[in-house]
Ligand binder design. Structure first.
Ligand code: CAA
Length: 374
């Protein structure tokens, strides 16, 4: 038994790895298949492309590849990894955690606390917070954590949510704050609701669309109110170089920003400028990926961190249906400026195959057959 005293250690994101699956389709190509105007999906919802998984390729492959990339980029001793937490809502088993599949693929075993975290799209953020707090508490004894947020978000063909679907994974090694320090204080808000849920045994989520929009906006309003506290909203938000949101679809984020602006009694032009300067640029990769549930916020954060100077700050708003939300603040570390993880997105996006409407329909039929025969 170790007798060393637990001591808090510098904590943050030491490396990032991302992975998008090998297929994609433009939402503009989906629209005619569903009898919709493409502008509804592109302008109305703000979507671009949906990442899709090929048969036999799923959340395990996404999570494991993102984790491999994060570990390689970190370059630390794998023996130092003492915690593996995977946030997901793409359950592959009701009992065995997704982290066990990831650990198998990576050859991680031994003195490692390994588990899965579920709270809809908020699960990845909870995994990251737990890993950070484990280090901050001193319990980690300076060991590192591997955190993965991975999901395959598929809606029933014809569901209004279909153009927002996507898939992807983000992995982060939590260790020294080389890429970003995570502030110990964060701002959580939760309310029990049925806005988006997937009953046991069902393949697709059930969604109360209008309620889900309202819950998301209310969560954002309460988290930002807590962040600003008694301070001057202008001063608090001015010092943030970027503000990232969970991105179910980009228009949702715009609606949330509108609500936050109203909270601070901003004029329409002020809200528009805030969205244009601090929020919209963070969603470039989300528009190439679609909603990747737990990974969505961290795809946006990874994009925003890339290129930030050491010491610049950003905020990250996490939302998970059910519902739970949390607003985190981070400070860019010395490796943020180089943003090496951008090469993951460039490689995956340039190498993936784009489906037309016919091939997409075949993919969905094949997946339905698989479900029926399961
Ligand atoms: N040209 C341009 N815009 C058009 C248009 C056209 N031809 N036709 C419609 N539009 C606009 C509409 O005016 C509307 O814009 P506003 O909201 O600014 O008014 C927008 O397109 C969407 O139109 P609808 O409201 O009619 O869309 P819908 O009912 O078909 O579906 C949705 C919208 C309910 C959000 C659907 O995408 C959905 O169910 N999504 C899943 C749930 C979801 O993502 N909720 C978000 C919060 S919950 C969460 O965050 C967890 C999570 O990840 C899922």
């Amino acid at each position: 038994m170790s007798t060393s005293t637990a001591a808090a250690c510098p904590t943050g994101i030491a490396s990032i790895g991302l992975h998008f699956p090998p297929l994609a389709m433009s939402v503009a190509d989906l629209a005619p298949l569903r009898g919709e105007d493409p502008a509804k999906y592109t302008n109305g919802l703000g979507c671009g492309e949906m990442s899709l998984c090929a048969p036999g390729y799923g959340v395990v492959e996404l999570a494991a590849e993102a984790a491999r990339r994060a570990i390689r980029r970190w370059g630390g001793d794998r023996e130092r990894i003492g915690l593996l937490a995977v946030g997901t809502e793409t359950g592959v088993d009701m009992s065995r955690p997704l982290s066990a599949w990831v650990a198998e693929r990576l050859g991680l075993a031994g003195a490692v606390r390994s588990y899965e975290v579920k709270h809809a799209c908020y699960g990845g953020t909870l995994a990251l917070r737990q890993a950070a707090e484990w280090r901050m508490s001193g319990a980690a004894q300076d060991r590192a954590a591997l955190v993965v947020a991975a999901d395959v978000a598929l809606y029933e063909p014809g569901d209004p949510g279909e153009p927002t679907q996507g898939a992807g994974a983000v992995a982060m090694v939590v260790d020294e704050p080389e890429v970003a320090a995570i502030d110990p204080v964060s701002y959580a808000w939760s309310e029990p609701q049925f806005d988006f849920w997937r009953p046991v045994g069902e393949s697709y989520p059930r969604v109360d669309g209008p309620l889900s929009l309202d819950c998301y906006r209310r969560a954002a309003e309460n988290c930002f109110r807590a962040l600003v506290g008694n301070g001057d909203p202008e001063a608090v938000l001015r010092e943030l170089a970027a503000i990232c949101f969970h991105v179910p679809f980009p228009k949702m984020v715009k609606k949330a920003v509108q609500r936050v602006g109203e909270l601070f009694h901003w004029e329409a032009e002020r809200i528009e400028a805030f969205f244009r300067d601090k929020v919209d640029p963070t969603m470039v990769w989300n528009r190439l990926c679609g909603n990747a549930y737990t990974a969505s916020l961290w795809i946006s954060v990874a994009n925003a961190l890339k290129g930030l100077a050491h010491g610049q700050r950003l905020a990250a708003f996490s939302y998970g249906s059910g519902f739970g939300a949390e607003l985190l603040t981070l400070e860019a570390g010395p490796k943020a400026a180089a943003g090496e993880w951008a090469e993951d997105v460039e490689r995956d996006v340039s190498g993936r195959r784009r489906l037309n409407a016919r091939r997409y329909s075949l993919l969905r039929d094949r997946e339905a057959d698989k479900r029926l025969s399961a």
